[in-house]
Each structure stands twice: as structure tokens, then as C-alpha cells.
Design a protein around this ligand. Structure first.
Ligand SMILES: [Fe+2]
Ligand SMILES: [Fe+2]
Length: 419
């Protein structure tokens, strides 16, 4: 089984976490020291004022988490985390960065599990660390490893997507060069243009070229569609009960499009709106693995759902010991996708388990899923019946739920008419 950086702790999770904070600002370090003291029953903390000092301390003892400043003299946060990833792949890596650190963020993105904006409220930092560990713990499940080890060929990250990301992250990357990469694969181009022209996007005119598509939908959306097309293109045309590659593809595109709308309605930043589409498009990739690798068990799962009234997740645990959410999250972690996306996929049916005090992508996908599967148009009660209302009230979005339903139901309708 391939190593899963930062998500595969050996044995059970420690009851006291060992965390190292690295920052060249002595005032920030001392305030972190003060605040961490209030968590001394959960955290054992160390502090370093440079990357070199952090590496020296880390050579002496194992740490569960490192939280590093981005802009530091000599060794910046990106270089430090790259070294930590190589030397101690099991350590979860967080970066504290300011708004002016855009270039460094790009440099650090491969090595970082989560970015935290400066100034960072200590309780947010605490909650984010705890929720990352919840994901780490969920993915460290022994049954999950056992099941996935039996699969000889877990799908690889589609090459076209990798090439596109490398191009976009390079200095020379342009819309033209990105479109050229996708165009070099005729099947992929056809699939991307097919989705772009479906009612999912409700575009005012027929789009014939990738450049036009990028111009109208933005590079991030096209990047996600490339990944999605790669994943669903490679798949064989299997079908078991109502689940087929085609139905999963349609459902995923629908949840992605609704998630984008939900994120917008909730007033989340553009970056989160793009991520919501990305996570929505991939949220059920675990179902695809179950469809191909565990077809007999899938039949049993469907029987349990229809005869005993179990949810998909309950039936999956009963038949294969793991859920499609965790299988999908595990695959995305293997592909090295961002932590926030993996977390959203892992908890898209139970966002309360990773809630850290903010509306995150897992919650957006949870709402989008409920909207996407609400069968009766305009049936607000059915939508609400699919939600854990005590959680919705706890996170404070209950007052917005009606308008959210009204706005995002329109997306669902236009998609329905397309399929
Ligand atoms: Fe779903
Ligand atoms: Fe799901």
C-alpha cells in the first residue's frame, strides 16, 4: 500500500499531541506559548525561532504537528515544510501566512496540509488542528487499509490533470497553453466541452472551443472538469442496480454545480467557491471504486438499503467495513490533493465530525447533496428532512436555509432538464 503522507499514523492516535511552532517573531511565539498553556492537557508544545532550529528539535523527538510561519529569513516556511515532509512524512504540516505571501503559498502548496491566515485566532488554530487529526484518525482505519490493499490497481491521478497543474503552476502557464494541453487529448476535450455545454452551467451560448470555455467559466472550473473527465473516462461502463459510471458522473457534476451556488449564497470567498465545486465533483469517487472493485458487496449494500432502510454509509459499514466517503478521501490523499478537499470528501455525510467553528466545504457539500437528491421540486420539507437540523442550528445557518433552498433549487431544476 502506498504511503499516505501525514494521514497514516502508526498505531493509535496519541492522547497528548506533540506540536512544534516555528516563527521568527518572538512576540508571536510567546503569545502562542501563553495560549498553548491553556491546552496543556491536550498538547505538549515546543517552539523554534527558525527553520534550522526546528529541524534540530525535530531530530530529537517525533512530532504529530508542525505549525510554521511562511515568511522567515534563511529558510522560509515552504522550504522547511518540504524538508519536514521528506524526513517526517507522518507529521501534519500547517502554515501561517499573510495576504502578501501568494508566491510562497504556491511554493508551499505541495508540502502543506493546511494554510491558516495571519493573524490567526488561537481557538481557530486549535479547532483546525483537532479536525485535521480527526481526518488523520479516520484515514488510519485498519479496515480501510485492509480493504484497499486488496485492490491491485487503485486509479492514478489522470496524467492530463497532472500536466495541466504543472503548466498552470509554472511561470509560463497561460490560458492558451492550458487549453493546448487539454486539446492534445481529443476524448478529454469532447468530454469537457460536453459538460460545459450541459445545463449544469446554463451558459448563454454554445461553446465550441476550450479557450472560450476557460474565458467563461474560469481556469479553476476547467481544471476540475479535466480531472473529472479523466476519472470518469477511464472507468469501464459497469452498472449495478441504480449505480453506474454514468449516474455517478451526473450526480457528481450536479452536486459540484449546486455546491458552487451554495458556497456563493453563504458568502464564502471565491477560493472556497472554486474548492466547493472541486470537492462536489469528486465527493462520491469512493462509490466508483466500490462499483468496480466490490461489485458483489455493492449488491448486498443495495439490498440492505432497500430492504432494511439503511443509509448508504450504514450499509457499506455492514458489508465492507468502510464507507465510500473514506475510500474516496483515501484515494484523494494518495493523489496529494489539498487537505480541505480530502476533509470535505471524508465527512460529506457527517460534517459535524470535522466541524471547527467555521462553515467549511464539508458543510457545503452536505447541503448540496441534500439539495441534489431532493426528489420533489420545491419540496422544502423533503430537503429539511434530509438534514441533521440540530447541527444546522448549532452552526447558525438555519435562518438562511429557506433562501438557500429557493436559490439553489433553481440550479437543480435546470440540471434536471438537461439530463
Ligand atoms: Fe453524493
Ligand atoms: Fe456520498
Amino acid at each position: 500500500m502506498a504511503p499516505l503522507q501525514g494521514y497514516a499514523h502508526k498505531g493509535t492516535m496519541p492522547s497528548i499531541l506533540k506540536i512544534i511552532f516555528v516563527d521568527d517573531d518572538p512576540n508571536l511565539l510567546s503569545s502562542l506559548r501563553r495560549m498553548s498553556h491553556t491546552k496543556r492537557e491536550e498538547w505538549e508544545t515546543s517552539f523554534a525561532n527558525s527553520g534550522a532550529e526546528a529541524l534540530e528539535i525535530m531530530a530529537q523527538q517525533r512530532f504529530d504537528v508542525i505549525v510554521a510561519d511562511m515568511r522567515m529569513p534563511q529558510m522560509d516556511g515552504a522550504d522547511l515544510l518540504r524538508k519536514v515532509a521528506e524526513l517526517y512524512p507522518d507529521t501534519l504540516r500547517f502554515v501561517l501566512s499573510g495576504h502578501s505571501d501568494k508566491d510562497l503559498i504556491l511554493k508551499a502548496i505541495r508540502w502543506t496540509h493546511q494554510f491558516l491566515a495571519k493573524p490567526c485566532n488561537f481557538s481557530v488554530l486549535h479547532q483546525k488542528i483537532q479536525s485535521s487529526l480527526a481526518l488523520s484518525k479516520a484515514l488510519d482505519d485498519h479496515k480501510l487499509h485492509e480493504r484497499l490493499s486488496s485492490i491491485k490497481n487503485l486509479p492514478a491521478l489522470p496524467q492530463s490533470y497532472e500536466r495541466l497543474c504543472a503548466e498552470l503552476e509554472s511561470d509560463e502557464g497561460t490560458i492558451k497553453s492550458a487549453a493546448k494541453i487539454i486539446s492534445s487529448d481529443v476524448g478529454l476535450t469532447t468530454k469537457v466541452l460536453q459538460i460545459v455545454n450541459s445545463a449544469f452551467f446554463a451558459l448563454p451560448r454554445h461553446i465550441q472551443s476550450l479557450e472560450q470555455a476557460v474565458g467563461l467559466l474560469g481556469l479553476e472550473t476547467i481544471r476540475t472538469l479535466t480531472l473529472m473527465s479523466g476519472i470518469f473516462n477511464d472507468s469501464k461502463g459497469a452498472q449495478i442496480g441504480a449505480i453506474s459510471v454514468q449516474s455517478l458522473f451526473g450526480h457528481s457534476a450536479k452536486v459540484g454545480a449546486i455546491a458552487k451556488k451554495v458556497a456563493k449564497e453563504l458568502g464564502l470567498p471565491q477560493e472556497t467557491i472554486d474548492d466547493a465545486f472541486f470537492a462536489g465533483a469528486l465527493h462520491d469517487v469512493g462509490h466508483l471504486i466500490i462499483l468496480h472493485e466490490f461489485p458483489d458487496e455493492l449488491k448486498e449494500i443495495q439490498t440492505l438499503q432497500s430492504q432494511e432502510g439503511l443509509t448508504a454509509t450504514e450499509a457499506e459499514y455492514a458489508c465492507i467495513g468502510v464507507s465510500h466517503s473514506l475510500i474516496g478521501a483515501y484515494l484523494l490523499a494518495l493523489w496529494g490533493l489539498p487537505h480541505s478537499i480530502i476533509e470535505a470528501v471524508a465527512f460529506h455525510h457527517e460534517p459535524a465530525e470535522c466541524y471547527h467553528g467555521e462553515i467549511d466545504i464539508a458543510i457545503v457539500i452536505y447541503l448540496a447533496e441534500a439539495l441534489a437528491v431532493t426528489e420533489q421540486e420545491h419540496d422544502y420539507d423533503e430537503f429539511v428532512s434530509r438534514l441533521d437540523m440540530s447541527f444546522i442550528e448549532r452552526i447558525g445557518i438555519e435562518p438562511k436555509l429557506k433562501s438557500l433552498f429557493a436559490e439553489c433549487n433553481i440550479v437543480a431544476e435546470s440540471q434536471e432538464s438537461a439530463s
